[in-house]
Design a protein around this ligand. Structure first.
Ligand SMILES: [Ca+2]
Ligand SMILES: [Ca+2]
Length: 165
């Protein structure tokens, strides 16, 4: 019985994530303080996923607090790509109004003063041709979602796309 309960719970959790990531809603505007400011989805140079000497750290997502008065803790927020790869912010990370964090690939130390967090994974997360970025609240509600293709959304071809100014 206990095992059956655990399996059911896991299935429910999986279903919830599937619901969250099912249909990209590009046009939707979310009433979220935190949004995706932009993404360096294609790190400059040739992709090299070695932890030392590679360039995964130069692939990053910028999450910014667009509220004028509310401080938001990033803890429990989730970032997911189109393939279901995910990263969860597990440490407290308080973003005041206008504050931001760059979520970089590779390994490093999360730092509020340096506005940086690391996925602690040296593999690239964001596809260089096309992908979808899901920023999910701890409640599993969507905070922000963007789908891109290199051809349509990165006209100058520098690997960076701006979403919110
Ligand atoms: Ca990439
Ligand atoms: Ca660009």
């Amino acid at each position: 019985m206990r095992l059956r309960y655990a399996v059911a719970t896991a299935a429910a959790a999986t279903g919830m994530l599937a619901t969250v990531t099912a249909a990209p809603a590009q046009a939707a505007e979310y009433t979220s303080e935190l949004k995706v400011k932009g993404i360096q989805y294609d790190a400059p140079g040739t992709d090299d996923n070695r932890c030392i000497g590679g360039n995964t750290k130069n692939e990053y997502l910028t999450i910014k607090n667009y509220s004028s008065r509310t401080t938001v803790n990033l803890r429990g927020y989730l970032v997911v790509d189109a393939a279901g790869n995910r990263y969860t912010f597990t440490a407290n990370h308080y973003l005041g109004p206008g504050d931001y964090v760059n979520l970089r690939g590779g390994r490093g130390t999360e730092s509020d003063s340096g506005n940086v967090a690391y996925r602690q994974n040296c593999n690239f997360m964001w596809n260089n041709d096309k992908d979808t970025i899901y920023l999910i609240k701890p409640s599993r509600a969507r905070a922000d979602v963007h789908t891109y293709t290199k051809r349509d959304n990165d006209r100058d071809g520098n690997g960076y796309i701006t979403y919110h100014g």
